[in-house]
Design a binder for this molecule. Structure first.
Ligand code: PLP
Length: 386
């Protein structure tokens, strides 16, 4: 079955809901048992259905089943945010005295989780160059348990050689966790590339409408028990309402992503030709350093990329550009239908690698507006920089 068909059909059980196409929202904390025998089964872990709202209701189950199928995994778990998924995936597989390898360009709060929470628990963290490839083998120590990837990084867009890193990690018995939010489960097959735990901020394209927070984890049978246990113990469950919205988001994810891909590339190419621009960091552009890896490992690109301007921009000029854009909002997150732009400076957050640019960097999310309008808006904005 093609992914498009799966997205349109999975989790539809109208026969269970008097013909209603979409599964209703199963809000619930208490779930009643019909007999002491059933209750005792639940107590001893023998009950196949949800036993308490925090462990998920049918709303969660149907979404998790869809996501597992989409990712080619045995299981998926939905959590209250992408950050909760990051925390659960790391905590599931490390203990005091262990070591992890964390990619240097990772999502900044994931880095803070390592530096504050993991280090506090006695877990050693080494940051590595995202372009390291198979040479990661040299960084793996006897106590290394996890190699964590984010490809491409969501600010600076280095594409990692995921199969090479995963092979080296597996040879030394490490678990490979990948934040695949940019690649999405539609454009990327995480398990085919060697990732063991596939992580998404469903807040982005799975939701697609900037109206919910959610994280997802997918894995094969061998990692499920540990992952589920930690996810449950963190109590970071996804609400039934958000599961409903995420399932609805999945229905249109394929068509939205194809449009984000096309619109994003149109705007990226236009920016490339601008005199103010030093570099456009978009993996689907042939001159991108990670283009060959992107072509090999992804079947498309979402709407998120960055641009580096030739010069450092005076603060008032940057404000003149950004404050007066008509269609681009200034805000964190991405993956919704709307276009966004934020300035950033990776120099402040890296330790293993150096950001080679001095010009002003901007991260852009291209939404579903007509790209001609977006280009006109950016053109006016760039004029205000002068
Ligand atoms: N991973 C990436 C690449 C992100 O950009 C984000 C959020 O921006 C997250 C994870 C965290 O997701 P959430 O905001 O759902 O906690």
């Amino acid at each position: 079955m093609h992914k498009d068909t799966l997205l349109a059909t999975s989790g539809c059980t109208p026969e269970d809901h008097r013909g209603v196409v979409n599964t209703p929202v199963y809000r619930g904390s208490t779930i009643l048992f019909e007999s002491l025998a059933d209750f005792e089964k639940a107590e001893s872990g023998q009950w196949a259905h949800p036993i308490y709202g925090r462990y998920g209701t049918r709303s969660n189950e149907e979404l998790e089943n869809t996501l597992a199928k989409l990712e080619g995994a045995d299981h998926a778990i939905v959590l209250s945010s992408g950050m909760a998924a990051i925390a659960a995936s790391l905590l599931a597989f490390v203990k005091s005295g262990d070591h992890i390898l964390m990619v240097d360009n990772t999502y900044a709060p994931a880095r803070r989780f390592c530096d504050h929470e993991l280090k506090k628990c006695g877990v050693e963290v080494t940051y590595y160059d995202p372009t390291i490839g198979a040479a990661i083998a040299a960084l793996i120590k006897p106590n290394t348990k996890v190699v964590y990837l984010e490809s491409p990084g969501s600010l600076t867009f280095e594409v990692q050689d995921v199969p090479a890193i995963a092979k080296a990690a597996h040879e030394k018995g490490c678990i490979v966790i990948g934040d695949n939010t940019w690649g999405t489960p539609y454009f990327m097959d995480a398990f085919a590339l060697g990732i063991d735990i596939s992580l998404h901020s469903a807040t982005k394209y799975i939701s697609g409408h900037s109206d919910l927070l959610m994280g997802t984890l997918a894995c094969k049978n061998e990692h499920y028990t540990m992952l589920l246990r930690t996810a449950r113990n963190l109590g970071a469950c996804a609400s039934a309402d958000n599961c409903y919205l995420a399932q609805r988001g999945l229905r249109t994810m394929a068509v939205r992503l194809k449009q984000h891909f096309e619109n994003g590339l149109t705007v990226a190419k236009w920016l490339q030709a601008r005199p103010e621009v030093e570099k456009v960091l978009h993996p689907a552009l042939p001159d991108h350093a990670g283009h060959a890896l992107w072509k090999r490992d992804f079947s498309g690109a979402c709407g998120l990329f960055s641009v580096v301007l030739k010069d450092a921009v005076p603060h008032d000029k940057l404000a003149a550009m950004l404050d007066n854009l008509q269609y681009f909002g200034m805000g964190y997150s991405w993956g919704g239908y709307e276009s966004l732009i934020i300035p950033f400076n990776p120099k402040k957050i890296r330790t293993a690698t150096q950001w080679p640019h001095d010009g002003q960097a901007l991260r852009i999310h291209i939404g579903l507006e007509n790209p001609d309008d977006l280009i006109r808006d950016l053109e006016q904005g760039l004029k205000r920089l002068r």
